[in-house]
Ligand binder design. Structure first.
Ligand SMILES: *[C@@H]1O[C@H](CO)[C@@H](O)[C@H](O)[C@H]1NC(C)=O
Ligand SMILES: *[C@@H]1O[C@H](CO)[C@@H](O)[C@H](O)[C@H]1NC(C)=O
Ligand SMILES: *[C@@H]1O[C@H](CO)[C@@H](O)[C@H](O)[C@H]1NC(C)=O
Length: 424
């Protein structure tokens, strides 16, 4: 063995040992932090509303375009956003964060990490600095939905919103992003593990396996339901009914702009509140990686999510009809125009770039394990004063924004450092 090779081996062993040690520590800390919060707070009735009173701290300006008496309303600020996985929800969170800052709203954030101890069910005791009787306006981090606990946290006038995505695309994305976290995928042979899995899912899938929920009916699971039911099981219809009764607005990733316009209408927001850049996008994600055959298999495998999606696709378009197709088309065109305008003001080169080309670490998005496939942006250097703040906020990735809003993310960050050290 030459000296150079020996050095390589040594450094690899060093990394391996360091990695194992750190991962061990992480797991211990993680278990400890979960145990810490297992207490049952006393029950205090929640308020009707947590909007500042008088509710019009920021009344809508009566501009020319809003001179209609029907449009005089004040924006709704009490919001439960059920953040589903792999559904453009990082982009939506950026919108919510800016809205929350603008109206000085109180967010119910998790403590020490960026989710509410997912995949365990949401408990209000997981909320940072929670005390019974407190007023919170917005909750929007990943959680496993638990209606009973949410009701004991948020005011009665809370608007429940969520977002769904075509289950075949969602499955593909989840497989890419979380596949390696589910040990049963390690034994799938070949380079195209997704295809291999879909050709015979039952021979690989282990419903009891660690993290297996990421790879079957993940949407239904996120809503707190049982993702391993047979699609014909009456509990599936029951689950869908519960979701449709609970949520005031169910948006669709495939029609993101239309969804935002419906949101604006439902919550009495401004067009300004809807501006966004696509965050957390994957390289080459604009084209589906699924052949028609694999797509059909993915839908069959995720049959519950497919039922869920089809149900809310129906209600979505009924709502668009009620809003007016022409009016919707006009508003979407306007939103797109405004977003393009912002992109040309804020973004260097006007589009997203590979992680390796992002200059500021503050603008680096979080990456899935084992690769750097998530794209990000460079903020233009000479943005005019009037737009500087907004541009920076619009481009700030989720974890950095959470930190800015005062969330302590030590577990999430430590995990990131461990991954950097072992180069995973
Ligand atoms: C009021 O709303 C109607 C229908 O939405 C629109 O046609 C009209 O131009 C609006 N008027 C003003 C003054 O904005
Ligand atoms: C808007 O409403 C005000 C008062 O109701 C009225 O005086 C004004 O002419 C209206 N402007 C437009 C553009 O309709
Ligand atoms: C969604 O609904 C629209 C309108 O009813 C329909 O044209 C479309 O095929 C539906 N899509 C899915 C995926 O069900």
């Amino acid at each position: 063995m030459t000296g150079k090779q020996g050095g390589q081996w040594r450094s690899m062993y060093k990394r391996l040992i360091l990695g194992t040690l750190l991962t061990g520590c992480m797991i211990l800390l993680y278990c400890f932090s979960i145990q810490q919060i297992n207490f049952n707070p006393p029950e205090v009735p929640v308020p009707y509303s947590c909007a500042h009173s008088p509710s019009n701290l920021y009344p809508k300006p009566a501009t020319k375009s809003q001179n209609n008496s029907s449009q005089q309303c004040s924006p709704k600020v009490d919001i439960m956003f059920m953040k589903t996985h792999k559904t453009a929800s990082s982009t939506f969170l950026n919108i919510l964060f800016r809205f929350g800052e603008k109206h000085r709203l109180q967010f119910a954030f998790p403590d020490s990490r960026n989710d509410f101890f997912y995949p365990s069910f949401f408990q209000r005791s997981q909320v940072k600095d929670y005390k019974p009787g407190m007023c919170f306006n917005i909750i929007c981090n990943h959680m496993r939905f638990n209606a009973a606990e949410i009701e004991k946290l948020l005011p009665l006038d809370t608007t429940y919103i969520t977002i769904l995505r075509d289950p075949a695309e969602l499955f593909e994305s989840s497989f890419h992003y979380f596949g390696r976290l589910a040990p049963f995928t390690w034994k799938i042979p070949g380079d195209d593990k997704l295809k291999e899995f879909l050709l015979d899912p039952h021979s690989y899938f282990d419903p009891e396996g660690y993290n297996s929920f990421y790879l079957k009916n993940l949407l239904f699971f996120d809503f707190g339901q049982d993702n391993t039911l047979e699609p014909e099981d009456p509990r599936v219809e029951e689950g869908i009914r519960l979701i449709s009764e609970r949520f005031h607005l169910v948006m669709l990733v495939e029609h993101f702009e239309e969804s935002l316009i419906l949101l604006k209408d439902a919550l009495c927001w401004d067009m300004d509140d809807l501006l966004f850049f696509k965050l957390n996008a994957r390289k080459g994600s604009t084209v589906s990686k699924l052949t028609p055959e694999l797509r059909a298999r993915a839908l069959k495998w995720n049959a519950i999510d497919w039922k869920l999606y089809q149900h809310f696709n129906q209600t979505f378009w009924k709502r668009v009809d009620a809003y007016g197709r022409l009016r919707m088309a006009k508003d979407v065109a306007e939103l797109r125009r405004r977003n393009r305008e912002m992109a040309s003001i804020c973004i260097e080169g006007g589009h997203a770039v590979d992680a390796s080309s992002i200059q500021e670490t503050d603008m680096q998005p979080w990456q899935p394990i084992g690769e750097k496939s998530i794209m990000g942006y460079n903020l233009k250097k000479n943005v005019d004063k009037a737009h500087q703040k907004l541009c920076r906020k619009m481009l700030t990735p989720e974890l950095q924004y959470l930190t800015e809003l005062g969330v302590n993310l030590w577990i999430t960050k430590l995990w990131g450092h461990v991954r950097d050290i072992i180069n995973w």
